[in-house]
Design a protein. Structure first.
Length: 293
């Protein structure tokens, strides 16, 4: 066992168990992850380098395609939020070097090659978070977006709340909220029966995306969400049979609060007054909303 700053690595015969500390100084992403088991076969390399202010860093690099969290992150995590970095006081360098050598000795022959499947478990569903323009929910089977009238664009309001079965998806695209124009976008799968229209380039106009900003969609909430969806897409990605029964509607969409419906209709009225939706679109959408009561 090797105890470092914010985490402890426990070395087992076939894996490394990383347990993250809880505390005000521990990165929120680490607290959200809690504990992760990393099989030896999921690792590509192990290094030990000098850190800042009298520390050393033991860093295990996962193989491409082995960890859904790191695949979703796509290299956007800052060093301080990298769950594969263990920061230790410099006086533990000899011990860290020993464990680093032990790990390197058990790396698989194919360590430098991309993994054919995920080898590290994805965060478990259900998961949800609030984006700037809507609430994103994932129950393990379906991803649902419920738009906020205060943030959603008129394009999303016209499209209505969205629900996607993982079998409809080909992947996810996560752009960190730490940079400008962060978002989570679901990548749709072409069923082969009909050609899907191209997804809008701007996430705020895409009903298959939610946008971050103003504190909404932080890394510790939106990245585990993206990883959970990506894990489900990769493990259950076969398209549904053509004669499959329609999926049940998402629980979130079954019954709605009357006050919420009234607020949505009022917002639609504002959009109509502004010329952003037609009378016909307003009438049709109003009827849909009233049917949810």
């Amino acid at each position: 066992m090797l105890a470092g700053i914010h985490a402890t690595w426990e070395f087992e015969s076939d894996s490394v168990v990383i347990r993250f500390e809880r505390g005000i100084r521990t990165p929120k992403l680490f607290q959200a992850l809690g504990e992760r088991r990393i099989p030896h076969e999921a690792l590509a390399s192990v290094t030990l380098t000098p850190g800042k202010r009298g520390t050393v860093v033991l860093h295990a690099t996962p193989r491409p395609g082995a960890d859904p969290l790191m695949e979703a992150a796509a290299g956007q995590l800052r060093d301080g939020s990298d769950p594969y970095r263990l920061v230790l006081p410099a006086e533990r360098e000899t011990l860290a070097e020993y464990y680093g050598d032990e790990l390197r000795a058990v790396l698989a022959p194919e360590a430098k090659l991309p993994a054919e499947k995920f080898l590290v478990a994805a965060p478990q569903a259900p998961v949800h978070f609030k984006a700037y323009d809507g609430k994103a929910s994932f129950d393990g089977t379906r991803v649902s977006f419920r738009w906020f009238w205060t943030g959603a664009s008129s394009a999303k309001w016209k499209a209505g709340d969205q629900s996607f079965h993982v079998q409809e998806l080909n992947g996810v695209e996560w752009r960190s909220p730490d940079v400008f124009d962060g978002y989570l976008r679901l990548l749709r799968r072409d069923s082969g029966l009909t050609t899907l229209p191209p997804q809008p380039a701007q996430a705020d106009q895409d009903p298959a995306a939610v946008v971050f900003g103003l504190g909404y969609g932080p890394v510790h909430e939106s990245l585990p969400f993206a990883a959970a969806v990506l894990g489900a897409v990769r493990t259950g990605s076969a398209p549904p049979p053509l004669d499959a029964a329609p999926a049940e509607p998402a629980p979130d969409a079954a019954r709605r609060d009357p006050a919420d419906i009234a607020e949505r209709i009022r917002h639609l009225g504002d959009l109509r007054e502004a010329g952003l939706v037609t009378d016909e679109e307003f009438t049709a959408k109003k009827a849909e909303l009233l049917a949810e009561l």
